[in-house]
Ligand binder design. Structure first.
Ligand code: SIN
Length: 487
């Protein structure tokens, strides 16, 4: 296996534990499949409980030294890791497209996005401040920040690089060590990051990667371990709930970045071209497989027909195909199971009275492609209104008043991202404040970056990733009372 990479040593099919590349003790391996053509890319070690326990112990031992390194030393390591990611961005993007399917240009964008978290937290490592609080005459009250401890991270397949960087960078900056279980579908991107971590000088045991097919087995070791002090997870809400229940026994700190059901509310006074472009970019990014993808397009009645026509016309320009083809603007979905799930949701919506405007079926091919699809006249009582679609399907819903739009937008157990399109400044404030979401994009759907606190409310989870708030999730606050000062 070489796949035209400049540096084929970035393709690592083993687990990475305590600074060493290892096979599963059982000898088990599993195939990684290219979703664009169903071909096996590579076989990767399929580790289990034994390796997970070893990795946790290594992370515990290495933390003793890592947390004592100066902030500048930790910062320098993260900065070197960032620089190596940038230097190898082309290869990392190719690995990502191979195992995940997104178009190569989008994969390159993800690599730069992921690297931005390393750079950001390399800088933030030097800004972990405490406080001196107002105190009585005979004492001084201080607050210091300390690393939470060993962190277990479980990351998804939709951003096989950036979601790792977004967790590992703040953890390492804070002085924690990490044991990572990447998604079974996309371990190669994680393992390539580990290879670059070695070259950057991340000490043995500080970052460990456990590829595995049976996620529950390794996840169970993470949640049961008293050594693991924090679990950070990006994935579905049902799995997040299960992990939260499992973490209760050891009362772990948790960060949960879970599902979404993002509304894009387009008011009559919206700049229609801006709204079409924003909805399109959000809905079809990564073939609709992001937690912050437009999941429901709520369009006011006065602009509904015009929006639908322009949006549908714009969709015709998408070029479906293998991510390595320069013409491709829309890749496959991740698995056959995902493809079938999207098909069932569309069928269900049509059965419940939605109108098919374009698309509506899988594409005949060896890969897992679904046509970009628009469903009009979707109603709040249809299943597709409440489900996270995770595919290139846009349900469009008509509304009359601002109150209706807010009620519909909030009529979901999710609360991750939401978007509004309007030119009215009062409406911008009223609606932004009324939306029960962790993030609101106003006349903008490209809201993600290392500079902002990414995260949700309600059943979309808790904790924030990125920005000055992103370190808090990896720090404990300790109060120290110095008394007897007048004695
Ligand atoms: C996600 O889908 O969970 C992440 C999307 C982003 O970071 O923009």
């Amino acid at each position: 296996m070489g796949f035209g990479l400049s540096d084929s040593s970035l393709l690592r099919p083993q687990a990475f534990i305590n600074g060493e590349w290892v096979d599963a003790k059982s000898g088990a391996e599993y195939p990684i499949i290219n979703p664009a053509n169903g071909e096996v890319i590579s076989h990767v070690a399929d580790v289990g409980q034994f390796e997970a326990k070893n990795a946790i112990e290594a992370a515990q031992t290495s933390m003793e030294l890592w947390k004592l390194k100066s902030p500048t030393d930790r910062s320098n390591v993260l900065q070197r890791w960032h620089d190596l990611i940038i230097a190898n961005a082309g290869d990392l993007a190719s690995i990502l497209t191979l195992e995940q399917g997104k178009p190569l240009a989008e994969a390159k964008g993800e690599i730069l996005y992921g690297a931005s978290y390393l750079k950001w937290f390399a800088e933030e490592a030097k800004r972990i401040y405490g406080d001196i609080l107002p105190s009585a005459q005979d004492r001084r009250s201080l607050v210091i920040k300390q690393p939470v401890g060993v962190v277990a991270a479980i990351t998804p397949w939709n951003f096989p690089n950036a979601m790792i960087a977004r967790k590992v960078a703040p953890a390492l900056a804070a002085g924690c060590t990490v044991v990572l279980k990447p998604a079974p579908e996309t371990p190669l991107s994680a393992l390539a990051l580990a290879e670059l971590a070695v070259r950057a000088g991340v000490p043995a045991g500080v970052f460990n990667v456990l590829p595995c097919l049976k996620a529950e087995e390794v996840g169970g070791v993470f949640t049961a371990s008293p050594i693991v002090k924090k679990l950070t997870f990006t994935g579905s809400t049902p799995v997040g709930k299960l992990l939260l229940r499992q973490c209760a026994d050891t009362v772990k700190r948790t960060s949960m970045e879970l599902g979404g059901n993002a509304p894009v509310i387009i008011f009559n006074d919206a700049d229609i071209d801006l709204a079409v472009a924003g909805a399109l970019a959000s809905k079809f990014r990564n073939a609709g497989q992001t937690c912050i993808c437009a999941n429901r397009l709520l369009v006011q009645e006065g602009i509904y027909d015009r929006f639908l026509a322009k949006f549908t016309e714009a969709i015709q320009a998408f070029c479906l195909g293998d991510g390595f083809d320069a013409k491709t603007t829309l890749g496959p979905v991740i698995t056959e199971k995902a493809l079938n799930g999207i098909g069932s949701l569309v069928k269900g919506a049509l059965g419940q009275g939605a109108r098919l405007v374009t698309g509506g079926k899988p594409v005949e091919s060896d890969g897992w492609f679904y046509e970009p699809t628009v469903l009009a006249d979707v109603q709040a009582d249809m299943d597709i209104f409440s489900e996270e679609i995770f595919g290139p399907v846009a349900p469009v819903i008509k509304f009359k008043t601002d109150t209706d739009a807010i009620a519909m937008a909030n009529d979901t157990s999710f609360g991750l991202a939401s978007y509004i399109y309007t030119q009215d400044i009062s409406r911008i404030w009223q609606v932004s404040e009324a939306l029960e979401y962790g993030m609101v994009g106003v006349n903008e759907t490209a809201i993600s970056s290392e500079l902002i606190p990414f995260g949700g409310v309600k059943e979309s989870g808790h904790g924030r990733e990125g920005s000055k708030y992103g370190l808090d999730d990896y720090l404990e606050t300790k109060y120290i009372c110095m008394g007897g000062l007048n004695a």
